[in-house]
Write a protein that binds this ligand. Structure first.
Ligand code: NAD
Length: 479
């Protein structure tokens, strides 16, 4: 089966005519072909988006709302197909795609269509002499570049606000998980979505992503992915003065104080470490536990982890499915080996899992807990992005804040305590864009979402997204 690009409302082969293999991590088999597109496909997509911008940006908010809500409904109408495809392409359990990924993809459109109706602008009155008002206008053709861990969820998290703000889009999904983006383009065509407003070009990052980032007719880029890729995009975009939103990697601390609700902290720590096979940018991969409860907590979190089942993504009882690809599995296993060389002890897990039957060549890894490493070793400084968590004891609040802030990342953090004052104090002291207290990954789409330091530039979510996807213009009228 050949995936196709979606340009100006039609499906298109890549101009090169070349394709490469799409492998399902569930079985390790090739099951479809991905267009090996390049800058000439991007040129076509951008010119179609540029043309469509002339009419889309002129529609009333209500007209755009109707079109976008239609997409939200159509995603729901194709729910089961999308769930199955996301799980097969990415390796995640179907129950997870059913409860998180696909509902959220639909919700992204619903949320931003509605938000655009409530979005307001500012007025600055000058003592009866003049009135300033601020227009927020669409920017133009938006380049949306997304990763493989939450494929349709994150792609639509960009496309939806970009469209709601009146822009048109050229999207570049991850070449590792292109299938739901392809199905989504079929949905756009079936929904009779205005031609050229959404264009999707598949292929490798260094070809398609790079061509999109450097295209002179794309003045704004929203990127989610690894920090090294973000660096490359920023280097291309900065001299062209493009608007840029970067959502990148994390090495998030999960901090357990001795007064925490113990059972909740244990459950949340395992959830934060292993959800989506540990492949969420927000996963808590460094588990700091106060010394006085360290041994008890370690025993409990090992027990909790050992109840987790790695298995067939179709099986409702599988807590973890496959990691996304063979190279990624090998990277994770190498990181586990490196942690041993650094002096770490594997408390549980640490190995590839070979499942039975046609799953035997799939890419499965045991949920893994490491102990005995210092906060500044590579295992505790570099993003692994797999089902691996490292435990570190701490004595005091000051010490844990210093260790938590010691990486180059600053995306999210969780802390567990019953002491309200401490919760506020530590939340304020942690260098990260998002802090959860006594929970993890509780998401409200209105909040500012994003990271500090090497985890991100700018914030998405709610009106922050609509602000990013619009250009500000102040008009001063003398009275
Ligand atoms: P990646 O950086 O390898 O790829 C992301 C996207 O960028 C893909 O579509 C890829 O094709 C494209 N790309 C690659 N090279 C490019 C280039 N030179 N120019 C333009 N585009 C290019 O990331 P990944 O491996 O797909 O995703 C995992 C990473 O994403 C992790 O680091 C994770 O933490 C991060 N992530 C961050 C967030 C967040 O919100 N902060 C969310 C999810 C994932």
């Amino acid at each position: 089966m050949k995936i196709q690009n979606f340009i100006n409302g039609d499906f298109a082969e890549p101009i090169s005519g070349n394709y490469f293999d799409n492998i399902t991590p569930v079985t390790g088999e090739v099951y479809s072909q991905i267009p090996d597109s390049d800058s000439s496909d991007i040129d076509l997509a951008v010119s179609s988006a540029k043309e469509a911008f002339k009419s889309w940006s002129k529609l009333s908010k209500n007209e755009r709302y109707d079109h976008i809500m239609h997409l939200a409904d159509e995603i729901k109408a194709h729910f089961d197909e999308l769930v199955e495809a996301e799980s097969k392409d990415n390796g995640k359990p179907e129950w997870l795609a059913r409860s998180v990924d696909i509902p959220r993809a639909s919700e992204n459109f619903r949320f931003f269509a509605t938000a655009s109706l409530h979005f307001d602008s500012e007025i600055h009155e000058m003592d009866g002499k003049a009135l300033n008002y601020t227009l927020r206008q669409p920017v133009g053709v938006v380049g949306c570049i997304s990763p493989w861990n939450l494929p349709l969820y994150l792609l639509t998290w960009k496309i939806a606000p970009a469209l709601a703000a009146g822009n048109t889009v050229v999207a570049k999904p991850s070449e590792i998980t292109p299938m739901t983006a392809y199905l989504f383009s079929k949905i756009c065509q079936k929904a009779d979505f205005p031609k050229g407003v959404i264009n999707i070009v598949h292929g490798y990052g260094h070809k398609v992503g790079d061509a999109l980032s450097r295209h002179p007719d794309v003045p704004i880029i929203s990127f989610t992915g690894g920090t090294a890729t973000g660096e490359k995009i920023a280097a291309v975009a900065a001299p062209m003065f493009k608007k840029l939103s970067l959502e990148m990697g994390g090495k998030n601390p999960n901090i357990i104080f001795e007064d925490a609700d113990f059972d909740n902290a244990v459950k949340m720590s395992a959830k934060a470490a292993f959800s989506n096979q540990g492949q969420i940018c927000l996963c808590g991969s460094r588990l700091f536990v106060q010394e006085s409860i360290y041994d008890k907590f370690r025993t409990a979190v090992i027990q909790e982890t050992q109840t987790l089942k790695v298995g067939d993504p179709k099986d409702e009882k599988s807590n973890l499915g496959a990691v996304v690809s063979k190279p990624h599995m090998e990277k994770i296993l190498n990181c586990i080996e490196r942690s041993k060389e650094e002096g770490g002890e594997i408390l549980t897990g640490g190995n590839r899992v070979i499942l039975k039957g046609n799953l035997k060549d799939g890419y499965y890894i045991e949920p893994t807990i490491i102990d005995g490493l210092t906060a500044n070793c590579k295992t505790n400084q570099e993003e692994i992005f797999g089902p691996v968590v490292s435990m570190i004891p701490f004595k005091s609040e000051e010490e844990v804040i210093e260790m938590a802030n010691s990486t180059k990342y600053g995306l999210s953090a969780s802390l567990f305590t019953k002491d309200v004052s401490r919760a506020h104090r530590v939340a304020a002291a942690i260098d990260s864009g998002i802090v959860w207290v006594n929970t993890w990954m509780l998401r409200d789409l209105r909040i500012p979402f994003g990271g500090m330091k090497s985890s991100g530039v700018g914030r998405e979510g709610g009106f922050k997204s609509l602000q990013f996807f619009t250009e500000i213009k102040n008009v001063c009228v003398k009275i």
